[in-house]
Design a binder for this molecule. Structure first.
Ligand code: CIR
Length: 266
């Protein structure tokens, strides 16, 4: 058991610039895709500023012309205790994004590649205390789940697997952990019984604010959430968090959330 581990103690984060072809990003759940590259870049710059304000060193990779979704670096790797598992992304248009993420992370971490039969998007993995929560989704197959579970178990972590409903893209889209012992999740997607056996206080975000279930918490008690979700902001305040709201409009329309834009690696 890694009870002393506090995943909010982080010092460095990897992000990637918005692709010049971001208007071709995949979009199915929260909108019909980005239309304004300049506004998207502004939103992304603001997001980076918020990470810096919370004490993080930010490494920025250049955007990729051939990969419209490349800013969503969360999907390209899973960081597990000093190692980076480099993902075989589940959508064909996103294969190839992970190459430069692996190159960059190899300067800091052990690199583990997945076998060819395994597909997994990092957005289907949520780090929660001494657990890694894993989603089986349209992007993450059984072999992907098994592979990441083995890496977690080898390193002393427990795992907990969710079947992700068709109403959402990834586990992280509807579930996040802003502080030890706490999960935030969206009503109407995951069901309460799916958490049976997991020791967690669950903050349920109302269904009409489900996008706001994706949060990022920091050691100092600050949490960032997307703006425009007042019920969630209130709920988080009631739970003692110091809430900062970030405008995500031009990222949300490509089905991206706050955590999707970053990889904490140190
Ligand atoms: C995609 O469909 O792959 C992108 N448009 C959105 C990826 C969001 N990433 C995440 O939830 N981790």
């Amino acid at each position: 058991m890694m009870t002393d581990w506090d995943r909010r103690k982080r010092s460095a984060v990897l992000v990637r610039e918005i692709s010049p072809n971001f208007t071709k990003a995949l979009a199915k759940f929260f909108g019909s895709g980005p239309t304004d590259i300049e506004a998207s870049i502004k939103t992304h710059d603001n997001y980076i500023g918020v990470l810096e304000e919370n004490g993080l060193e930010v490494i920025i990779l250049p955007g990729l012309e051939n990969h419209p979704d490349c800013c969503f670096v969360e999907d390209a790797a899973v960081i597990i205790d000093g190692a980076a598992v480099i993902c075989n992304l589940g959508h064909p248009s996103r294969r190839g994004e992970a190459v430069s993420v692996a190159e960059s992370l190899s300067q800091h971490l052990e690199i583990i590649f997945m076998p060819e039969n395994a597909n997994l998007d990092g957005g289907d993995v949520v780090f929660y205390d001494d657990y890694f929560l894993i989603g089986r989704s349209t992007r993450t197959n059984e072999d992907g789940v098994k592979f990441i579970e083995n890496v977690c178990h080898d390193r002393g972590f427990k795992t907990f697997v969710f079947d992700i409903p068709e109403t959402t893209l990834h586990l992280s889209t509807i579930c996040s952990s802003p502080a030890p012992g706490i999960l935030v999740t969206a009503e109407g997607h995951l069901q309460p019984e799916q958490f049976d056996g997991l020791d967690a206080e669950i903050i349920w975000v109302p269904n009409d604010e489900s996008y706001a279930a994706n949060t990022i918490g920091f050691e100092n008690g600050c949490v960032i959430i997307s703006d425009s979700y007042p019920k969630t902001a209130e709920l988080m305040s009631q739970h003692g968090f110091n809430v900062t709201c970030v405008n995500m409009e031009h990222i949300r329309c490509a089905d991206g959330s706050l955590t999707c834009l970053r990889l904490f690696f140190k």
